[in-house]
Design a protein around this ligand. Sequence first.
Ligand code: SAM
Length: 278
Amino acid sequence: MNKTELEFLLDKYNLTPNKIRGQNFLISDEVLDKIISAEQISKSDLVLEIGPGLGALTSRLVKEARQVVAFEVDKNFKKPLDKLSALAGNLEIFWQDILSLSTRQLADILEKHKSKQYKVVANIPYYLTAKFIQKFIQNKYQPETMVLMLQKEVAERIVSKDKKESKLSLSLAFYAQSRIASLVGKENFYPSPKVDSAIIVIEKIKAWSYEADEKLTWQLIQRGFASKRKKLINNLLSDPKLNKEKLTAVFLEIGLDLNIRAEKLSVDNWLILAKKIG
Ligand code: SAM
């Protein structure tokens, strides 16, 4: 879809891009090609698309995949997407916020489409990124791969080896591998956003496979990041089961600086800490 085609559709359906919902539509066939090839879709695949909008990517996905299941929060796109669904025959649309997708609903979708696996593709608003990725990557039913259009800086931070950790970067490191497939300039969107983007591939997604308890490790991480300005020890003290003496002893035993902040801990540091505290 190019800019003229997009403007035609916006006009035809009397739509205005909604800034709050992050509606910056792709207007480059070349970028759509890159997303499709990064996802390596085959005719046996079940693909979940989040935020189909006017269907630029969706109309490509229905040609490449066996079945596409799309989630769109904005019912203003009902006419164009219902039309596409009727034409394609392999597109199911749920009109809901993707963050409200439950594990049960996901299981039902997999069962309905007789698939144990699925792939995720999304050009979603940037403010959804962290919650969205964690929702899928830490799910009981994890996708095989995720191909996402993200803000360039966020994508670069996620794949960088030398970085400050966040709950999102830890989540990706525990359960998957991530890489940037391509950088995408802001001129490829309409309306053009303020920043450039990148296509990120999250692959080799796997279940928790570490000795440390998964739930306990995440409880520690949640507490550890609760207040960014506080030292890790002080954040962890919000757990009534922990006290300063115990934490100091554990930190010294595993060689962690007593003044360290959560963002400085590696994946391995968290796993050791969880094992020692648990
Ligand atoms: N896929 C289209 C494209 O590439 O041109 C549209 C992408 S646009 C950046 C983001 C889309 O996500 C919009 O259609 C918007 O309505 C939808 N969206 C925003 N928040 C959402 C949410 N929480 N759940 C599902 N869709 C959402």
